[in-house]
Structures are given as structure tokens and as C-alpha cells.
Design a protein around this ligand. Sequence first.
Ligand code: 3H9
Length: 697
Amino acid sequence: MTEAIVYERIGDIAVLAAQNPPVNALGIDVRRGLLAGIERAETEGARAVLIYGEGRTYFAGADIREFGKPMEEPGLPDLCNRIEAAKLIVVSALHGTALGGGLEVALSSHYRIAVPGAKMGLPEVHLGIIPGAGGTQRLPRVAGTEAALEMITTGRHVAATEAFDKGVIDRIAEGNPREVGLAYTQELLEQNAPRRPICDMPAPEPVDFDATYERVLARGRGQLSPAIAVRAVQAACEAPSFLDGVRQERELFMKLMQSDQRQGLIHAFFSERAVSKLPELADVTPRDIAAMGVIGGGTMGAGIATAALMAGLSVVLIERDEAASVAARERIEGNLKGALKRGKISQSHFDAILNEALELATNYAALSQVDLVVEAVFEDMDVKRDVFAALDEHCKPGAILASNTSYLDINDIAAATRRPSDVIGLHFFSPAHVMKLLEVVVADQTAPDVVATGFALGKRLKKTSVRSGVCDGFIGNRIMNSYRKAADYMVLDGASPYQIDRVMTGFGFAMGPFAVADLAGLDIGWAARKRRAPTLDPRERVVHFSDMLCEGGDFGQKTGRGFYVYEEGKRGGTPNPQVAEYIERDQRDQGVTPQVFANDEVLRRYMCAMVNEAAKVVGEGIARRPLDVDMVLLFGYGFPRFWGGPLKWADLQGLDSILKDIRRYAKEDAFFWQPAPLLEQLVAEGRSFDDLNKEAR
Ligand code: 3H9
């Protein structure tokens, strides 16, 4: 008997306890242990088997680390069939998170009991696959086709009560899984309860599968697995036998297992867990943070304050006068009302935040007791330096002074204080109480425990925190700046902004770059271009059509016109006819003869610009690992998760082909398309970005 499953005999019951921390994943040792346990129970003449998990959970799924490797016997589908075919009754007692293959083992058992806090689901679609051990065949037989389709295509975790209502489990009982499982199994034995294999139940009722497939495909913005799952559930309804349905599920599962999307999504799964684990911080204790200060109550400051308040911190928000304080409070209240409506906070939490945890002040003296301050004032170095000098004056020793700047040099800001080791960048993304990304920007003198505190705060605020070094735009905005330029150059050379937006939404982005620019406000980019103009390298190409829009007062959504025209009450916009005129004028002024761009070429240039800059960011050490860049783009810039991030995408395309295209583009514009030295090095050595990720582990 392997250690992962401990066999114990209690009267007529054979108990199989899983011990495979942290989440009892169904790796080969667990599968072998379960198979051996069932066989032994039968041989020994036990009347029932109880399966449960030691530690924090029942099985949380197949062992994802085994994906892509040859499957060792017994495979999970065979194991599930074997459990279901057992001659004695099999009971599963669920706690924690019974997910994926875990729920499939439970569904192969004849009876299921759960503790009240247990959650269950089939989240395989989030990994680019579908349930592959009978989940799409068994769940609809107990929960009905509609409910199963909803659970499988969304991958949602369902609470025990809902699972009970849907017929997924038979009972809920308070206690630990071993005790409640034993009591239930004993009761079933006393009642002479029969074996109850789901495979013997009638096929579920069909629905309009073609319509469901189309709806789910559109919702996934190009992600395939949820739509393919619909076909697997269809097989449960229409296949001539249960086993035939299982065979069809297996074929669909194997196809997805070979897909790039599966690789991208699993890369995202492990990277989002690895991204905030920095080896140099392993033994560093973060400072305690209970009270936080926020300077500036505009959209960004109010969002940061909201995130902190919702996480249970107290906040002192500084504004310049009474009127601005009132406006800031209203913004926070508005954010909190939204959170209340979405069920993120309770009414009593809402009241406590506004009555007790939030303090508005106009004097920095109110910050004397806070543990950390985030400044979110106007992006101007002189303004920031004044703020930091004042913070240095008023904050207690040991308090951390953080800037939310999106591009200014944190070293210069730190130099305005007598405590540069306590200064850090905490770059939130707007709206800060919603967006998941936090760039933790580490300056030359930032102390390790200050960095650790940045990550601890991010965790507390439920953010995905990524370490960034100091450069203009840090990881995310620097890379965005580059692919935005590639998009602008394509427009100047003949592609339309609407074609580029269409191609990029087709790739999986929620919005294309020009629609995003309209949403963010075109005046922001305009101001940045004016600021940079005096320092521009004469070799750099410059486009003017966006400036022309701004000069006409069209700043995007906020003025109702930008690249698109927005009508009151209508979602999205329609192309602004003036834009074509501006582009033509720009082309005439610069003597450019427009060319036609195929959609593939648009995608390629956009992505090559993104990958090339990302490789520079990694090569210069601004991002520690390729996966850091991938997580920034995923969580802050709407990059489609099923591609895993730009550098995972690049690996999947083959780095040599990317470099070849960059060199081809460099013949047109050698200044913009300078290949990243790291990309050249990896191609020369035949290595990938993922190799760098693995070496950093
Ligand atoms: C499947 O079952 C396919 C079948 O249908 C068919 C097969 C034929 N495998 O998230 P955490 C690791 S597909 C390996 O930080 P939490 C995780 O990497 C699977 N490792 O904790 C981390 O490691 P580290 C369907 C796994 O409490 C550690 O465990 N199941 C797996 O925030 C702790 O994880 C799923 O998709 C795994 N399956 O959340 C469930 N799961 O410490 C995926 C976790 O080295 N898992 N690890 O960084 C989850 O959603 C969450 O991990 C869970 C716990 C909710 C369970």
C-alpha cells in the first residue's frame, strides 16, 4: 500500500484516507493507492468503502503537474470506472474543495456526503481541458443537463447546500469528514442500502446543444474548452451507452490536452502562484500594517482606499481642502455601494467602514500613526517630491512611504526623504478596488522588509503582485507603450484602427487598443507625447492623427467622441468618420503611401512588438522572470488568459520565427524594431522563455 492512501479497517468498513498534501491531488501514488484499497476491501470481504481526504481538502483534482507527461496506470478514467464497479458500496465524504477529478471520484462513489463548508465543481475548462474521467457523463445524470452544462462550462465552485439541492450530494452533516463519513456509511449498511452506480441511471434529457455551443463559444472570446464541454455533455444525452459517452468525452479531452490553450492556461495557473514567491524574501518578515494613509482622493486614490477598507484596514485619506474631501468620500462611498450590490461586503461592514474605518483629513499631521502611506497625486516629479518630503516629516519612524506613480523614477522620489530604504512604488491599476494587478516597484535602496510588506499588502488586498524594477512605465506601461506604437505605425501605414481592434479582440482581448485608448481618455496619451516630444530621438517615427483628435476636443468616451462615436444609452461606439480624414492628412504630411495589411500581419506585428519589449524588460532585469511579464499583461492589460501571456505565446509560436519577423520589420524601421538581446540569445542557444522560468525556480 502506498503512503498517499492509508488503508484502515473499521468493522465492515474499509477506510481509504488520502494523505497527499497540500491539496490531495490525484497523482499516480494516490490513484494506485485507491485502486489497491478497493481491491483489498473486496478481497477482505468488507461491506463498504469510505473515501475521504486528510488535511485541508478532499481531492482537489488530477495532479496538474503530470499533464503533458505519459499517463501512468491506472489512469483516472479507469480508476473511476473501477470504483463505480466495486462489488461493495462506496461512500465519499467531502470537505474543502472537491474539484475536477476529485468530484469525478466522488461521482464514481455510490453515495456522497459533505460537510457544510465543502465546495465542489468541475473547473477543468479553466485549464483548457474538460472533465476527462466521466464528469461530463455522470454529473448530468444526477444534476440534470442544464445544471451540469452551467457548472461544467463556467467551472464554478458550488457550495454544499447548492450541490445538495442539485442532487450532486446526498447529505450534508456537520463534523470532520472522517466522522461524518463513518456515521453515514454505518447507517447505509444498517439499512442494507444498495450499490448505486450513476452509470446505470438513464441518459439525461437533451437540450438545444447547437445553440448552447454557439452561446458558450461567444462568451469564451475564443477559448475553446467551455464550448467543447458542451459537446461532451451532448454525448451523455445522445450516445448509445454510458461507456460510449465516456469514450467520446475521452476523445474530446485528449484533443484539448494537445492544444496550445491548455498549455497557456496551465502556465497561467502555476505562474499566478509563483509570481509573488520571491526567493530573496523567503526569510524576510513583513512589517505590520493596520492603518494606511492615502494621499489624494481622485479616482485612483479613492479606489486604493476602497480596496484597503474592504480588506479590513483603517484609512486616513488626505485631500487638499474640505470640498475635495467631500468629493473623495463620495467616490469611496460609491465604490463601496457597488461592492455591496455585488455581495462583496455586507451592510454592516459597509456601515462600519464609513462610520469607523475611514477618516478624511486635510493636514498631513493626521498621518502620524499610519503604518504605510500610498500617494496618488498628480503625476509630476516636483509635486511628488513635495509630498514625500511632507510625509517624511509627519510619518512615524518605520512607516512605509509608497508612490502610485505609473512611470516616474522612484529613486528620485525616495531622494526627497531621509528614509529612502522605506520608499517603494505600489502601482495600482484603475479602478484600484477591482483590478487585480499590483506592480511592486523596488528602488535601489528599498529595504527587503519593505518589499515583503508590499507583497503582504497585495495579498491582503487580494491582488496579484508582481515585482518590477525602476524604468519608465515599469513592466506593464513600458510594454504597452511599445505595442501601442506598433499599432499607431500600422495605422499610419494603411491599417485602420477598427481593423486592428477587430483583430485583437479576435485574438481574445476584451477590447482593442483604440477602444481602450478611448476608454482611458485620449488626453492622457496626448499629454505624455507632449512631455516626451523634446527628448525624442530623431530616428523615432511619430504619428499625429491622435493629436488631431485631441486638438478637436475629442478625448474618447468621456467627451462622447474619440476613435469611436459614443451615443448615450448605447453600448460601445461606432467608428468616428473624422478619424479617416485625420489619418489621410497624417499620411499626406509624412509622404506615406498606405498599404493593405492582412489580419495575420496585423496580429503578428502587434504581438512581435509586445514580445520584443517584454524580452528587453526581462533582459534588463526590470522583470525577474518571463512569467512576471506574463502575469502583468494578464492581470492588468486584458491579455487573453488562454494564451498564458505574451512570452508563453512567443514560446508556443517558436522564438526563431518571432525573431525572423522582427528582423524583417527592422528593414522598414530599424529604430523601433531593434531585436531584444535576450531574444537573440535564446534563439542562438535554442532555449525558450519557459526554460528561464524553470531555471529561476
Ligand atoms: C482534472 O482534474 C482533470 C480530470 O478531469 C481528468 C483527468 C484525466 N495539481 O491554489 P493554492 C498546488 S484537472 C497539482 O495556492 P488555495 C498549487 O500549485 C484539475 N498541484 O491553494 C500550490 O502549490 P505551491 C482540476 C496543485 O488554498 C498548492 O497546491 N482541479 C493542484 O488558494 C496550493 O494551491 C483544479 O483545477 C493540482 N490539481 O486553493 C483545481 N491544485 O504551494 C486547481 C493545487 O507549490 N486548484 N495545486 O504553489 C485550485 O483551484 C486551488 O489550488 C484550490 C486551493 C482551490 C484547490
